[in-house]
Design a protein around this ligand. Structure first.
Ligand code: C5P
Length: 243
């Protein structure tokens, strides 16, 4: 039995501003995706990494990964590249499609979370191996969260009516890698609607089947690089690690 990680990296990164696909943006001179692959391969139990590349970017991604081989400490970890789809959910599903039969635990990790510590990855794997079908790293939220009636898209800056204020102490912000018993995740994706109310994370699909999902402590450094300020923070975290 072995652990595989699917890394969806097919997003265009529109919120980050113009330029290359987000996963290929450099951090400390190295593409974000390479950091993400190294971060999960550092976990001892991980033996297979499936990178899901932009539909027109598989060759470029393969070249970049070959230019940045894994350190010897990653052991015999295979890295394969497949092409993604229009949504994150579709990209993950394509990654799941190439898992080998010997894989029994699957993690899904965003390329956009390049600095996740190896201990967080190991903790997720351990919780799945201890019997939880779905495990999600999470942190308490620091901002109070307001619910509104509709997604963004109205006139920019127009005032929005508030619908509700969920109690903050009961909210958690979730991260990746999310870890799953392989069969549970495959079933969740097979039952997921192709479009429309697609879940924004994989555990959400598992919840819809009525299968329990548990949270384990996440890590501040597993934050998602989404907006330009996140790049500033990521560079600072890397500089601190290298100091
Ligand atoms: O858009 P979001 O920030 O939720 O993206 C999270 C991850 O999903 C990123 O690593 C992104 O590259 C990936 N993604 C993907 N295929 C898409 C959209 C996003 O692999 N069509």
């Amino acid at each position: 039995p072995r652990t595989a990680v699917v890394i969806p990296a097919a997003g265009r990164g529109v919120r980050l501003g113009r330029g290359a696909p987000k996963a290929l943006r450099p951090l400390g001179g190295i593409p974000m995706l390479v950091h993400a692959v190294r971060a999960v391969a550092r976990a001892r139990t991980v033996r297979l990494v499936v990178v899901v590349a932009p539909p027109d970017g598989a060759a470029a991604v393969r070249t970049i990964l070959d230019e940045h081989p894994l350190p010897d400490s990653a052991g015999a970890t295979d890295v394969v590249v497949v092409t993604g789809g229009a949504t994150r959910q579709e990209s993950v599903a394509r990654g799941l499609g190439v898992l080998t039969d010997d894989v029994d635990v699957v993690l899904v990790h965003d390329a956009a979370r390049p600095l996740v510590p190896a201990e967080t990855v190991e903790a997720v794997v351990a919780a799945v191996r201890d019997g939880a079908p779905a495990v999600v790293p999470a942190l308490p939220v620091t901002d109070t969260v307001k619910q509104v009636a509709s997604p963004p898209g109205g006139a920019a800056g127009a005032p929005e009516p508030v619908v509700a204020t969920p109690e903050r102490s009961l909210l958690r912000a979730v991260q990746t890698p999310q870890g799953f018993d392989r069969d549970t995740l495959l079933k969740a994706h097979a039952q997921a609607p192709a479009e429309g109310e697609g879940a924004t994370d994989d555990a959400g699909l598992v919840e819809r089947m009525g299968v329990p999902v548990v949270l384990v402590p996440g890590h501040e450094e597993a934050f998602k690089v989404t907006r330009p300020l996140d790049l500033v923070l990521a560079e600072a975290v890397l500089a601190r690690r290298r100091a």
